[in-house]
Design a protein around this ligand. Structure first.
Ligand code: MV4
Length: 450
């Protein structure tokens, strides 16, 4: 097992990783920017090192600084968290070249899955259904594209090969707009990801976002866990996640988990990852992309399965083997997570950084709060706006919703605006309570937020 892990991240996930390390008897090194001196992860780690100025490009994305911090402190592994360098194949390679274990998949898995066109090919080879679309990238003035687009049909969606998570996407409703939309998407993709390649897909109306967490050891064993439903999103930012999905039957779950497992096996994946699917009204599901990191919403799966996914991620990176099978996993409870952001959900979700004068977290049975915030903490304006994740569990979905409303009602946050009013609105909505949540839920039901 590792002796000392450096956490190349900040915020609640850095805190989460430190907790897992401590329970495994591993020493921890926090890195932080000049803006994060007072963050909780800095206090909780055994050692902390400042790696640069506030902008992420100068600190949390600064690979030489992070490698130096590892060498100075004698760390033997690096946990990248999510975001920042977590899906950067160069970083994974550089860590390994410096004798540091990157706690994640191989650089090869990151690279192959990071290209969404390549990822779809891998999914197809492993027998998974794909949304009808272009098998390769398209360019704006290619005459073949028009032919292909006619075959796919409208509405259509243009997505970035180097993207994911919705950035650089464009919906095309008719042929006349196609060339322009491909150009726009391609320019945006170049700017955001340094890769102008885009591809086409048939646009599914009102799908659900269903994802499957997988764990994989270095001996080739893969276990897929019960799905998460992340259909409540705003501008491609997930806001509420739950497990199991109210829209997935036991029979569908078997098929989903099998598909996810086969895709992970196909790439020779190790540690933890997530396969994302879109599910249509008829319950058909299609591979969308794979995330090669631990995700924000991993705690809902921890609550449902009783597994500690971050501990497993670390143990699997250290070469330990999976000691349980998919059949050993029972769905023990219903879990829901709400992301509490420092954003004013009543005014178009504008960021609301600043000093958190008072911060009193909810508790009681079945409530977990993952956060790096405390009373008196100042939310810097430089990074994402996640303040806390409230995760609840209860015997069934209705009871879990009631419990979440109770927990959010207890949460006292003064000094910054938050997304709690948005969550309360969704949770009390009849359509949500009924489990009827798709892509257009927020636009359709939660007025004034789109
Ligand atoms: C789609 C889609 C419809 N058809 N692809 C949103 C985030 C990004 N990961 C992919 N997304 C979508 N891709 C096709 N071919 C609709 C969405 C989508 C969405 C999906 C699930 C839940 C909420 C959503 C909100 C907007 C768009």
């Amino acid at each position: 097992m590792f002796k000392k892990v450096l956490i190349a991240n900040r915020g609640e996930i850095a805190v989460r990783v430190i907790r897992a390390c401590r329970e495994l008897g591993i020493q921890t090194v926090a890195v932080h920017s000049e803006a994060d001196k007072e963050s909780l992860h800095v206090r909780l780690a055994d050692k902390a090192i400042c790696i640069g100025p506030a902008p992420a490009a100068d600190s949390y994305l600064n690979i030489p600084s992070i490698i130096s911090a590892c060498e100075i402190t004698g760390a033997d592994a690096v946990h990248p968290g999510y975001g920042f360098l977590s899906e950067n194949e160069d970083f994974a390679e550089i860590c390994e070249a410096h004798g540091l274990t990157f706690i994640g998949p191989s650089k090869d898995s990151i690279a192959r899955m990071g290209n969404k066109i390549e990822a779809k090919k891998i999914a197809r080879e492993s027998g998974c259904d794909l949304i009808p679309g272009s098998p390769n990238g398209v360019t704006p003035d290619d005459p073949e594209m028009l032919k292909l687009a006619r075959k796919i049909g409208y509405p259509m969606i243009v997505k970035a090969a180097g993207g994911g998570g919705g950035k650089g996407m464009r919906i095309v409703t008719h042929e006349e707009a196609l060339s322009d939309m491909v150009k726009l998407a391609s320019n945006e993709a170049q700017r955001a990801f340094g890769d102008p390649r885009v591809y086409l897909e048939k646009y599914l109306e009102g799908p659900r976002h269903i994802e499957v967490q997988i764990l994989a050891d270095k001996k080739g064993k893969v276990v897929a866990l019960p799905e998460r439903d992340c259909s409540v999103q705003r501008r491609y930012q997930k806001l509420i996640e739950e497990s199991p999905s109210p829209a997935v039957s036991d029979k569908q779950r078997k098929r989903l988990l099998r598909a996810a497992r086969k895709i992970a096996q196909e790439v020779g994946y190790v540690t933890v990852g997530t396969i994302e699917f879109l599910m249509d009204k008829n319950g058909a599901f299609y591979f969308m992309e794979m995330n090669t990191r631990i995700q924000v919403e991993h705690p809902v799966t921890e609550m449902v399965t009783g597994l500690d996914l971050v501990k497993w991620q670390i143990m699997l990176a250290a070469g330990e083997r999976l000691t349980f099978d998919e059949d050993d996993i029972r769905i023990r409870t219903h879990a829901i997570e709400c992301r509490v952001n420092a954003e004013d959900s009543e005014h178009d979700f504008v960021p609301s950084p600043g000093k958190v004068e008072k911060f009193i977290v909810p508790g009681g049975p079945g409530v977990r709060v993952d956060t790096h915030v405390y009373s008196g903490y100042t939310v810097p304006p430089f990074y994402d706006s996640l303040l806390a994740k409230v995760i609840v569990q209860h015997d069934n979905r209705d009871a879990a919703i009631t419990r979440m409303r109770r927990a959010l009602g207890e949460f006292i946050i003064e000094g910054v605006r938050t997304t709690i009013p948005f969550h309360q609105k969704v949770l009390e909505h009849e359509a949500f309570r009924y489990g009827d949540v798709t892509t257009n839920f927020i636009a359709k039901h939660i007025a004034g937020t789109e």
